[in-house]
Ligand binder design. Structure first.
Ligand SMILES: *Cc1c(COP(=O)(O)O)cnc(C)c1O
Length: 595
């Protein structure tokens, strides 16, 4: 695997040219060149790159497949899409999304007060705005204000209590009434780690009994005309189509029933999100195409409505992950290879060495393509024995150091002389190299830490050369969970690089959904530097750049009083030392260079 499964997860967004990963647009700029262009003495450490054209691509795809399906099944309802803010609320993303989504009148979905404020401020007035999630009277009142501002807003109720509050607010306020949606509790749920949003025991939505009751409450209060939408969301990253289809059938039937029961203006089904993204570097996890999904939506809803003699509804989609994941990647420099210090220079053999150390040295001197595997096994064996001898006090620290150096030299030499040695699964784990990477997994890929979610990773250059080291990646937090390791059957191969000669950058892809806001300041690492990259005909433009927070900023965000900190820091030291410390305080916490 030298293209790192790009054909599996890359969606033609990237191509490899001259050994570099390039953006497949315009003049195909290399990501490495973009990164080198941004980096300076001040700006080191990880960089998050955003590509607005990839947001547009996902939106275009979504609308295209639905249009195809609509034609195929002669579907008469309209299709609209909203972005669920919880997936990525960053201005660097949302502003781009609203810009590229303008031609589709792309809307926003809010699930909390703060998200609603964002939607009220930035959503296009004609675009749909849906409010999901639990609501108190204040939140509902904010929804009424949004309506008064002219927003096309729907308040989706998660329970009957919310509906009763809407009835009260409607009576109390002398303003237009927003549309009302009902989140239904389907018995269908998704599969996998994000399935908890659906199912009969899910946290959200009204049961069938409550739905019937809701309609009754609306009728009693002469508000039935405001009920326009049914909503459901059965979970994220739905890799299998079966639950998706089941949910559509269930929701379609509830919709038709409610229309027949007198919900005269009910005309929309909001499918929620859940479309899956292919994160895997070596196999297809998502088993359906986006076109198949759209076909199922149109076909199933159309046939249910035909059978029950009601008009087919408009369709809303709240796809988040599918729209946002591919637009962002994190680029982080490798700081160090674990075996870096094991060069011949650090070998310090004695006049007389313990027999096993002497033997290791002989293995090292005489290793050749024929005996490489055997010698490597012997060396690993000897190392085990020598470490035991050290524990028992039979060899000294210098002998132990020589053992480490020799074994690492033997691994390197074996890999160099014996072709395809690294293809042997049995020894991959034993000869793994550890790469220290200048980033925090907790900040940049929290789902890897919390849910073991895998993200594609690959070096940004040297792809013309076959990588031979099975790698595990360490971030620079002081937490052993900040390690990304790979199974011997599906290893990550990286290059054996000399970082004194040239930097080595790794790209972590598909981090545009959920990772940023879930990212945490563990060890007080800040968000990485961030750049919005617009790919033009003949190159690229940095449209927006946000520097990673400085030490003072991150401490201040933690509610530390920075004036107090400074007063304590600068006690009893000279002006010169204060200047040095001050400079450090203005930098972020990532590392510059280790050697
Ligand atoms: C989280 C969420 C979404 C987005 O789900 P994705 O799997 O990211 O597409 C959509 N709607 C609601 C109500 C949500 O809670």
């Amino acid at each position: 695997m030298t293209n790192y499964g790009l054909e599996n997860w890359g969606e033609d967004n990237f191509v490899i040219e001259d050994g570099k990963v390039c953006i497949n647009k315009g003049s195909n700029p290399a990501i490495l060149d973009i990164v080198e262009g941004i980096r300076s003495d001040e700006i080191t450490g990880p960089i998050l790159l955003r590509f607005p054209h990839l947001i547009k691509k996902q939106i275009d795809t979504l609308f295209r497949v639905v249009k195809n399906a609509g034609k195929e099944y002669n579907y008469n309802g309209k299709f609209k899409a909203l972005f669920p803010l919880k997936v990525n609320q960053n201005p660097g993303f949302i502003k781009e999304l609203l810009e590229v989504g303008q031609e589709y009148n792309y809307g926003l979905e809010a699930g909390s007060k703060a998200e609603l404020i964002l939607a009220m401020a930035y959503n296009n007035k004609k675009a749909p705005l849906v409010v999901n999630g639990f609501k108190d009277r204040d939140l509902i009142t904010m929804g009424f204000i949004a309506k008064a501002q002219g927003h096309d807003i729907t308040l989706t109720i998660e329970g009957l209590g919310e509906l009763l509050t809407i009835v009260e607010v409607a009576k109390a306020m002398d303003t237009p009434i927003p549309n009302i949606g009902i989140r239904i509790r389907l018995h269908t749920s998704g599969i996998g780690i994000w399935a908890k949003s659906g199912g009969i025991n899910s946290k959200f939505g009204l049961t069938a009994t409550e739905v019937v009751r809701a309609l009754k409450i609306l009728k009693e209060n002469n508000l039935t005309q405001y009920l326009t939408m049914l909503h459901y969301h059965i979970g994220s990253q739905l890799e299998d189509i079966t639950p998706v289809k089941k949910a559509i059938r269930e929701a379609g039937n509830i919709y038709a029933e409610l229309v027949m029961m007198g919900a005269e203006n009910l005309d929309t089904i909001d499918l929620g999100g859940g479309l899956a993204v292919e994160y895997s570097m070596d196999r297809k996890n998502r088993t359906y195409s986006i076109q198949e999904f759209a076909n199922d939506v149109c076909f199933l809803i159309k046939s249910i409505c035909q059978n029950k003699g009601v008009k087919e509804p408009h369709i809303y989609s709240e796809s988040g992950r599918f729209i946002a994941a591919s637009h962002a990647m994190v680029v982080a420099p490798v700081l160090e290879l674990f075996s870096y210090e094991y060069s011949e220079n650090s070998l310090d053999l004695k006049e007389t060495n313990p027999p096993l150390v002497a033997e290791l040295n002989e293995l090292y001197q005489s290793i050749n393509p024929k005996n490489a595997v055997e010698f490597l096994h012997d060396a690993l064996d000897h190392m085990e024995s020598l470490l035991t001898l050290f524990d028992l006090g039979y060899i000294d620290l210098q002998d132990r150091s020589n053992t480490e150096v020799l074994v690492n030299l033997i691994i390197k030499k074996a890999l160099a002389v014996a072709e395809n040695l690294y293809e042997r699964v049995s020894i991959r784990e034993k000869i793994q190299e550890r790469y220290l990477v200048n980033f925090s997994m907790f900040q940049s890929m929290p789902d890897f830490w919390g849910l073991d979610q895998k993200f594609p990773v690959m070096p940004l250059d040297r792809l013309e050369t076959k990588p031979t080291r099975t790698a595990s990646l360490w971030d620079i937090t002081c937490d052993s969970d900040g390690e990304m390791s790979f199974k011997p059957e599906s290893p990550l191969f990286l290059h054996d690089v000399d970082l004194d000669e040239k930097n080595y950058f790794l790209g972590f892809f598909l981090v545009g959904a959920y990772q940023e806001v879930l990212g945490m300041k563990h060890n007080l690492f800040s968000k990485p530097n961030e750049a919005v990259v617009e790919v033009t005909e003949d190159g690229y433009k940095i449209k927006r750049f946000v520097k990673s927070d400085s030490l003072l900023e991150i401490l201040s965000e933690m509610d530390w009083d920075i004036e107090e900190i400074k007063a304590k820091l600068f006690r009893e030291i000279s002006e010169d030392l204060i200047t040095i410390l001050n400079k450090n305080l203005e930098d972020n916490g990532y590392l510059k260079k280790i050697n």
